[in-house]
Design a protein around this ligand. Structure first.
Ligand code: PLP
Length: 378
């Protein structure tokens, strides 16, 4: 067994079985390779059902899904959209694509997700929407955010790119906000290589998204384009892959849960590591095992650990750089101390369904060995 273990562990790997091959081959042979076909219809229907949402609109990736929601809601120049400072750049980019301004607020140390009190403080006359992000698979505080958005007449968008399979008090990701966007990039919980989807129970918003996804073409009149739209369609090939991933979703999620639980168990005694916190009522999606390195304020241990692990054959990922520190979204006035600290201390470990129990143990042992060397150099 151990001689079959690889020397290097990638941080992510898609789980592709014979079923995916069969569906994709079937789609290729059917001739429905573009953005129409039976797998697309099937995927949208099944995805909406699984997410307990009224409908699902498949897109070519998660970023354009975010842009599609904002564009369909009419968000444009002069508008402000509140987002967490700790997220992948796509959340902020989608706002900028509309000509609107992303206002970054801090996250909570208990969930690593957007702080509703900080959202409330950031609401002003130009605020039109809030995008909450389910960071590393943990749902944001949607009951508080829904309440706030309702009172102020704001659109609530959930960026659930990392949280397919999560739930809050029994309600699945995809049903917790006015609209929810998903990503099926190669490292996400389920994948179509590139791909995305928006779920909503607002039929009017869904119609508008379908119109804009298809270059703005009038559904009643071919080649008549009453509005400026986009080509944000998903292909039937991607949908075929996703139909197989949906068939296997429970199995994939269970395997990824096992990997994360394995790390948490093997690394429980490490004083230098703290696992991702999970709030009561939360079913976290097992996207990527996430830990914080060192005590609060430690700005060097994470990178030292990552460097040592790389030499030991374990690929890791640092947490996202705070959005206000990125040149296209630069904002020196943003005050986000929790984000800054998490961004410096957070690390992701290899997480994929095919990682066996002995391999999880090996990775954890290498993490322990690496922690011991950085401790010695302190
Ligand atoms: C992956 C991701 C996206 C979108 O990703 P695409 O690569 O465009 O599919 C958006 N937001 C977050 C938080 C993500 O992690």
């Amino acid at each position: 067994m151990s001689d079959r273990m690889p020397d290097r562990y990638p941080v992510a790997r898609p789980s592709i079985s014979a079923l995916e091959e069969r569906y994709v081959l079937d789609a290729v042979r059917s001739g429905w390779v573009s953005s129409q076909g039976p797998y697309l219809r099937d995927f949208e229907e099944r995805f909406a059902l699984r997410c307990a949402a009224g409908t699902a609109v498949a897109t070519s990736n998660g970023t354009v899904g975010l842009h599609l929601v904002l564009a369909a809601a009419g968000i444009g120049p002069g508008d402000e959209v509140i987002i967490p400072a700790l997220t992948y750049v796509a959340t902020a980019n989608a706002v900028a694509y509309c000509g609107a301004r992303a206002i970054c607020v801090d996250v909570l140390p208990q969930s690593w997700c957007i702080d509703p009190a900080a959202v409330r403080a950031a609401i002003g006359p130009r605020t039109r929407a809030v995008i909450a992000v389910d960071l590393y698979g943990h749902p944001a505080d949607y009951p508080a955010l829904r309440d706030l958005c309702q009172r102020h007449g704001l659109l609530l968008v959930a960026d659930a790119a990392e949280s397919f399979g999560a739930a809050l008090d029994g309600s699945p990701a995809g049903s917790l906000a006015d609209a929810t966007t998903f990503s099926f990039f190669g490292n996400k919980v389920i994948t179509s290589g590139e791909g995305g989807c928006v779920t909503t129970s607002d039929a009017e918003l869904a119609d508008r998204m379908r119109l804009l996804r298809n270059q703005g073409m009038d559904p009643q009149r071919r080649y008549y384009f009453p509005v400026l739209g986009y080509n944000y369609r998903m292909t039937n090939l991607c949908a075929a892959l996703l139909c197989a991933q949906l068939d296997r979703a429970d199995e994939i999620i269970a395997e990824r849960d096992r990997v994360i639980a394995g790390y948490e168990e093997h690394l429980a005694g490490e004083a230098q590591l703290s696992p991702q916190p999970v709030l009561p009522g939360v079913r976290r999606a097992p996207w990527m095992a996430a830990f914080l390195v060192g005590p609060e304020g430690d700005a060097t241990s994470r990178d030292a650990l990552a460097g040592t692990l790389d030499r030991l054959g374990v690929e890791t990922r640092p947490f996202f750089v705070p959005i206000p520190e990125l040149p296209p979204h630069h904002d020196p006035t943003a005050d986000c101390p929790v984000t800054t600290d998490l961004s410096r201390r957070g690390i992701n470990l290899p997480t994929y369904a095919e990682l066996t129990e002995p391999e999880v143990k090996t990775v954890a042992e290498r993490v322990r060995a690496a922690l011991a060397t950085i401790d010695r150099h302190r």
